[in-house]
Write a new protein. Structure first.
Length: 381
């Protein structure tokens, strides 16, 4: 069943990539103006990086202090104004890339590269994760001699760090013209939140990042103005967010005070219904019933998250123990803890408090705004 589920996620990722893009968009949608290599505006500089699917490379840079915009597009080929379909078919030499506009006084080029390394597999010469082909290979496209030197030094540090068991093959090459992709590709993770999350869940990118970087995957910007302090901006899913005064005493104790509910006396410890579990406050998707197992602990237990990126891991040294605390990304709710005594294939046990979650059964996924997860529960999966 686990192998079938994993195969489905990979297939579903490709299905989303092809099926949910507007039909005929290449011919009907206008591309944004071509960005020349020499473009600068005041203190704003640009960096061009290729890390596989450009949807997944926009997100890590958005909303970072000092970054004004991130554009998805293509670079590295000779054909002018390539379309997405042309690049995807391999008929051009372009790769999917992002162009990052940033203020060097608030975030350095080196910081941008550190974030880059933490979001790719630099040892893969054939693509990135489920996306195969030259158009998905990684690369750093420098726009000045200074960027080139910083990039080479950054790559040497990564190699010296020995986080990767294989040779790093990410190339450092001089930038050519960058061609923005069609408008429907821009900010895809914001426009199509659930589809993007399901795509990432099936791609294997998040699991790879967590395995290689662990607690160091969230890079701290070295310039002033950046803080890892959580924001109060919740991810809106089906308009189901809750304010803190709507929580029960137990829900508040668990999510806001890092409390723990009694084992075997909570809502979902023995729940066997099919569906998904979302954050009680923000509604961000957390876990699936397909990954739930009987742990005999008295709390809901899962072998993996439904959306890896929505789960933050933190070191917890309270009560004389060292554990891995789990929190939701948008709401910053305390969820539970992660243990390494779970069943195969992950060997993990995400031990979660029922009070931190809300269960949505399959028959209500569409009604609640989570219809894109319905395919996970189709017959034969």
């Amino acid at each position: 069943m686990d192998k079938i589920y994993a195969a489905f996620l990979i297939f579903f990722s490709y299905f989303l990539l092809v099926t949910f893009l507007p039909k005929g968009a290449d011919s009907a949608s206008k591309q944004l103006p071509v960005t020349k290599v020499s473009e600068k505006s005041g203190k704003i500089e640009t960096a061009i990086l290729a890390g596989g699917c450009f949807w997944c490379m926009e997100h890590p840079y958005e909303d970072r202090p000092g970054i004004s915009k991130v554009i998805s597009g293509f670079t590295g080929g000779k054909q002018k104004n390539p379309t997405y379909n042309q690049v995807a078919s391999g008929s051009t030499l372009h790769v999917e890339a992002v162009e990052i506009h940033y203020d060097p006084e608030k975030i350095s080029y080196n910081d941008i590269l550190e974030i880059f390394w933490r979001n790719i597999d630099p040892t893969d010469a054939g693509g990135q994760f489920v996306d195969r082909g030259k158009q998905y290979t990684t690369g750093i496209f420098y726009k000045s001699e200074q960027q080139k030197q910083i990039a080479e030094q950054s790559k040497k540090r990564i190699e010296a760090g020995k986080r990767f068991s294989k040779k790093i093959v990410t190339k450092i090459v001089q930038a050519g013209e960058f061609y923005p992709a069609e408008e429907y590709h821009q900010d895809f993770f914001k426009k199509n939140y659930i589809r993007y999350r399901v795509y990432r869940a099936g791609s294997g990118r998040d699991e790879f990042i967590t395995r290689v970087w662990g607690e160091d995957k969230e890079y701290k910007i070295s310039k002033s103005g950046f803080s890892e302090k959580k924001t109060s901006r919740f991810t809106l899913i089906g308009n189901k967010t809750r304010s803190l005064d709507q929580l029960t005493k137990m829900q508040y104790k668990v999510t806001q005070k890092n409390g723990t509910e009694p084992p075997f006396k909570n809502e979902y410890w023995d729940n066997k219904r099919a569906g998904i579990y979302v954050d009680i406050i923000s509604g961000e998707p957390l876990f699936s019933s397909k990954d739930k197992f009987k742990s005999n602990t008295g709390w809901p237990s899962f072998i993996r998250p439904l959306v890896q990126e929505n789960i933050i891991q933190k070191r917890d040294a309270t009560f004389g123990m060292v554990r891995i605390e789990l929190r939701s990304k948008s709401a910053d709710s305390h969820l539970g803890h992660l243990f390494h005594d779970g069943p195969k294939p992950t060997g993990l046990r995400f031990c979660i408090n029922s009070a931190s979650m809300r269960f949505i059964p399959v028959e209500k996924l569409k009604e609640e705004g989570y219809e894109d997860f319905l395919s996970l529960f189709s017959k034969g999966i």
